[in-house]
Design a protein around this ligand. Structure first.
Ligand code: ZN
Length: 170
């Protein structure tokens, strides 16, 4: 299949929680390959299956956007082992192009789950990786970073998106 269209904020499947993967056959392998290709093409540092309308608990992260082989993380059925500290940084999302906002995230996060072949793995993330873990885990629960914002900042972004939608630019 290759590069898949990325859903945007407001499109229903993006806002619904995903279910655990139960089969590690060809269709999962195809999904993972497509997610990696889609993430690199965007380009982005992370992508969750919900962003391409697949309601499964899978995300991919590569902070180097493909420059460093070996930096690619594929996580299936992930859960947090621990989250510590806080960080406040600007964040964006492939499902909300053009918008950035400061989001509170853990400074350190340990995630455990399965790799694409069903083998257990545990990965510790600090700073940007901890932020990416939390961002992608949120996607698997149907949460976009905009949903994490409060008050006027969130209202402003949502209003701008609604305006873009009305003019067919979203
Ligand atoms: Zn995102």
């Amino acid at each position: 299949m290759g590069i898949r269209p990325i859903l945007r904020y407001g499109e229903r499947p993006l806002h619904e929680p995903a279910a655990d993967v139960t089969a590690f056959g060809d269709s999962l392998q195809q999904l993972v390959d497509d997610m990696i290709e889609t993430m690199y093409a965007a380009p982005g540092v992370g992508l969750a299956a919900t962003q391409i309308g697949v309601p499964l608990r899978v995300f991919v992260i590569d902070l180097t956007v493909g420059r460093n082989t070996g930096e690619l993380i594929v996580m299936v059925n992930p859960s947090f082992v621990s989250r510590e500290g806080t960080q406040l940084e600007e964040e964006g999302c492939l499902s909300a192009p053009g918008f950035n906002a400061t989001v509170v995230r853990p400074r350190q996060a340990v995630v455990k789950g399965l790799d694409r072949h069903g083998q257990e793995q545990t990965i510790e993330g600090k700073d940007l990786l901890a932020r990416a873990f939390q961002h992608e885990m949120d996607h698997l629960d149907g949460v976009v970073f905009i949903d994490r914002l409060r008050g006027i900042k969130r209202e402003m972004i949502v209003r701008k998106i609604q305006k873009l939608k009305k003019t067919g630019k979203w």
